[in-house]
Design a protein around this ligand. Structure first.
Ligand SMILES: *Cc1c(COP(=O)(O)O)cnc(C)c1O
Length: 362
């Protein structure tokens, strides 16, 4: 069975370097928030083109801390897209704020012209997600946020180093939020996350918030959290970051083959917006009979996955918001029709060919 993602094969690509780094961190005697974290933050910031990066424990907490740092809470509204991953919504509601959903466009990202209609006097931020690896429509999104004086936040958990107009995601808004969950393009070997920002005072606050609200040991300025990044993950992330261009190239090459060689009228291929790039975190197609296609592929030895089968507004966790089927039809359509094909940097050419053959034979 060809899997959607194969973390072991990705590890094997740079195995010696990972093992060497892991041993050196283990032998260092320093395990949480140290020189590896500082070096990773500096290197990641440089590669992004952001002034500051704050390493944290995971992507969800990166977003939660960011929202908390802005003082967004009870009674405040945050606009986000109706087809994002649930974590984006959880970060909003964990802070007591209300998620206001805007439907996605044909690129699976927020339908930017619809943002303005969702703005109310209580809107405190627009939190966009660069979904599946593709940068959102930043020209339009930045324009509306500027015009209405609303803070822009970017969930970049799936889109490390994707660009719009040459600028990397996570550098457009007040903050960018990243996840280093193992399956992400820049994946660690455990949990990890980061926040990017150009605002020095905000960076200082975030550094304190991730560590019990303390900038100076045992002196606490905020009711903070324990959201620290550890040295082992940071060290391993530095190794992967040093190879990220090759990793992105390999993923792009696989996506290119899918885009040019998959030919099947029953399937719609993903599109990339003019001015945007995708880093192909996921390769997501749509099909009328998605479940039939998924079964057919499985019978042909090709794994696939659904990102995501339940849109947040219909999930049990958010029954309290009172939404029903039909409220966000674009998100609901995608939940019923999207299918993710295998894509990962360690994927052999032969496996790519087998996926193409299976999809074309359907
Ligand atoms: C993975 C992901 C997150 C959460 O990241 P974790 O590190 O798993 O907490 C948030 N938003 C999106 C869009 C994601 O894909």
């Amino acid at each position: 069975m060809i899997r959607v993602n194969d973390l072991k094969s990705s590890f094997e690509l740079y195995r010696d370097e990972y093992e060497k780094k892991a041993l050196s961190v283990l032998r260092s005697g320093w395990y949480v928030l140290g020189s590896e974290v500082e070096s990773f933050e500096r290197e990641f910031a440089a590669k992004l083109g952001s002034r500051f990066v704050i390493g944290v424990d995971n992507g969800l907490n990166a977003i939660s801390l960011g929202i908390n740092a802005l003082g967004i809470g009870a009674g405040d509204e945050v606009i986000l897209q109706s087809n994002s991953y649930i974590a984006t919504v959880l970060a909003v509601t964990h802070n007591g704020a209300v998620p206001v959903f805007v439907e996605p466009d044909e690129y699976y990202n927020i339908d930017a012209p619809k943002i303005e209609d969702a703005i109310t006097p209580r809107t405190k931020a627009v939190l966009i997600t660069h979904l599946y690896g593709q940068a959102s429509d930043m020209a339009e999104i930045c324009a509306v946020c500027e015009r209405r004086g609303i803070t822009l936040l970017e969930d970049c958990a799936q889109a490390h180093f994707a660009r719009f107009g040459g600028k990397k995601v996570g550098t457009f808004g007040k903050m960018g939020f990243f996840s280093f969950y193992p399956t992400k393009n820049l994946g660690a070997f455990g949990d990890g996350g980061a926040i990017s920002t150009d605002d020095e005072a905000l960076a200082e606050k975030l550094r304190a918030l991730r560590n019990y609200g303390s900038a100076r040991k045992y002196y606490n300025d905020y009711q903070g959290f324990n959201s620290r990044l550890d040295e082992l993950q940071a060290g391993l992330l530095r190794v992967k970051l040093s190879h990220i261009d090759e990793i992105m190239k390999r993923r792009a090459a696989i996506a290119e083959r899918y885009l040019s060689e998959i030919r099947n009228e029953k399937i719609a291929l993903p599109k990339v917006r003019e001015g945007a790039t995708s880093v192909w975190h996921l390769f997501v197609i749509t099909a009328e009979d998605r479940d039939g296609l998924k079964q057919y592929l499985a019978d042909s030895g090709v794994g696939s996955d659904i990102h995501y089968p339940v849109p947040p507004h219909l999930s049990k966790a958010y029954e309290c918001l009172g939404y029903k089927r039909g409220d966000f039809p674009a998100a609901e359509y995608l939940a019923d029709h999207v299918l993710s094909l295998p894509i990962y940097e360690g994927m052999p050419d032969g496996a790519v060919s087998r996926v193409i053959e299976a999809v074309n034979a359907y």
